[in-house]
Design a protein around this ligand. Structure first.
Ligand code: KG4
Ligand code: ZN
Length: 339
């Protein structure tokens, strides 16, 4: 089965052609047009600009993905397109383009939940992963832990109360003047640090409810920079900036992974999936490998190109989902899983 996947929920316009086979998905082409340069000067995604750029890019992105795969729309067996959640203007561009193509070509189509896409990115790594699996999906918009019974059935176990982990990276990079998106430069600085700065204190919750929280981390970092204003402009080559990045990175990875062993045992999990943009993070990948080994979990972390938003993960998820009936369905910026 040949599937076209289209993703436009935030600031990446992406399309991919994936061949779904009995032994898993095979990538035929993947095109990703990033808007980093457009949003960089603002230190974060500007929704209206993102939507306008998607409108300009989406047709060309889909065409390029088809061309690179050496196929035409008539060769497709289905079209999978992100339905939500995300920025509504951005979503509408990809969703409407995918739906229109399906209508024009008379092809089956399916709307995909963005997080189901991130989960299914792991199928490129290990299509035969044993279930149940814990799926830690960490991006600029989400920090969610799910129990996956299979590739399409997810139960939410815990999430962040405030900022997503990727947001913490992006905000920290803004405070330190390291650019947008913040994950890659902070990761790079942390790697080059000779030593870590003073560790960040983990958040404590008065109600005792299990959750994550990352907004305090940004405030703590800001306070350190206010005490030492030089850090705001010292740049990526500065040893103190690198040390601060190392502490930040260690804190985020440690906090994310801390509850995993207990929850894995409680839930009888056999695997651990790590996906979403923050799953590109070197510290998190290394620490997750140690946790998985200690706990006897099969670990699936997709290659970085499948971790950040991309059309291939949407195609891989779409191949597993029931098709839509008709064309009445619309994008939903607040789409719930299982809704
Ligand atoms: O999944 P994604 O592409 O888009 C969303 O759905 O949000 O994730 C983007 C997020 C950004 O916050 C970016 O800073 C973060 O992923 N990210 C990283 C790294 N690469 C990207 N965070 C930490 N370390 C990285 N190497
Ligand atoms: Zn995402």
């Amino acid at each position: 089965m040949l599937v076209l996947g289209v993703e436009s929920s935030c600031d990446d316009c992406s399309a991919a052609v994936v061949k779904e086979t009995a032994s898993g998905p095979i990538l035929k082409s993947l095109v990703r047009r990033s808007q980093d340069a457009l949003h960089g000067p603002f230190g974060g995604v500007v929704p209206e600009l993102a939507a306008r750029e998607h409108l300009l890019q989406v047709r060309g992105t889909i065409q390029e993905a088809l061309d690179k795969a050496g196929v035409g729309p008539a060769d497709l067996d289905r079209i999978a397109v992100t339905r939500g959640p995300g920025l509504v203007g951005s979503l509408l561009c990809g969703f409407s383009a995918g739906k229109a193509l399906a209508w024009r070509e008379g092809k089956p189509w399916v709307g995909v939940h963005h997080l189901l896409g991130h989960l299914n990115a792991a199928r490129f790594k290990d299509p035969d992963l044993p279930f149940p699996a814990l799926a830690l999906l960490v991006s600029g918009g989400h920090t969610h832990l799910y129990l996956a019974k299979d590739w399409t059935s997810l139960e939410l176990l815990r999430k962040t109360r405030d900022d997503a982990a990727g947001e913490a990276y992006d905000k920290a990079a803004r405070v330190l003047g390291l650019g947008y998106p913040g994950g890659p430069p902070v990761d790079d600085c942390a790697r080059r640090a000779a030593k870590a700065a003073e560790p960040f204190t983990p958040p404590r919750f008065r109600d005792g409810q299990p959750a994550w929280s990352f907004s305090g981390l940004k405030t703590a970092l800001k306070l350190r920079v206010e005490k030492n204003p030089r850090l705001a402009t010292a740049g990526a080559e500065d040893a103190e900036v690198q040390a601060l990045c190392r502490s930040l990175q260690e804190a985020i990875a440690a906090w994310l992974l801390k509850p995993i062993p207990d929850i894995a045992r409680e839930q009888g999990a056999k695997s651990l999936i790590l996906s979403g943009g923050v799953a590109c993070n070197s510290e998190l990948r290394e620490r997750a490998a140690l946790v998985a080994e200690r706990e006897g979990l099969v670990l699936a972390i997709p290659e970085p190109k499948f971790c950040t938003d991309n059309g291939a993960m949407i195609a891989a998820a779409g191949a597993k989902l029931p098709l839509e009936a008709g064309f009445g369905l619309n994008a939903d910026s607040d789409l719930r899983l299982g809704a």
